[in-house]
Design a protein around this ligand. Sequence first.
Ligand code: IMP
Length: 192
Amino acid sequence: MKNLVFATNNPHKIAEVKAIIGPDFAIRSLQDIGCHEELPETTDTIPGNALQKAQYVYDHYGVDCFAEDTGLEIEALGGAPGVHTAYYAGPQRSAVDNYNLVLSQLQGQSNRRAQFRTVIALILGGKVFTFEGIAPGHIAEQPAGEGGFGYDPVFIPDGYDQPFANLPYEVKNSISHRAKAMQGLLSFLAKL
Ligand code: IMP
């Protein structure tokens, strides 16, 4: 079994990636490599932040690793919150505040199209490789469901009539932005 260091402090992302990744790989967390600090994510793009997090871990801990950054892009808001998704409603980074702000900004708006975009940056022996996954869908009129995290109570993926938070875990992990980006990473690793 091959080990992969996933440069994130988000336990939801680790759980999803472990569920997606299958039996050939074992995910090592930042805790496992003794990294307990916040990773920097200060660039103004999603790919830039993914690379910044992976590069930080590679430079400070000397291990091959991958990181991901995810944004919610809403058509009627010109692509916002985008790179600001994590702290859209303020520095408290509250998921409920964030999705309530989105709901209030879309009040009376008929175009509710949105997508989640994940970019994974992999660093192998100092070389950088990136993989993208997009989940198209729309923003619900009101939140529903207890599953998932972040904006999952208000994001309804195409082909479904319920938000990610109200769909079985396996469904999200087979069609999500993160699942698609991970599939790109896994097929790249399988060819090495
Ligand atoms: P980051 O990629 O860790 O910067 O996270 C960006 C923001 O997107 C956070 O507020 C997360 O809650 C949110 N987010 C990331 N992935 C998902 C997801 O799969 N579903 C819902 N929200 C997400």
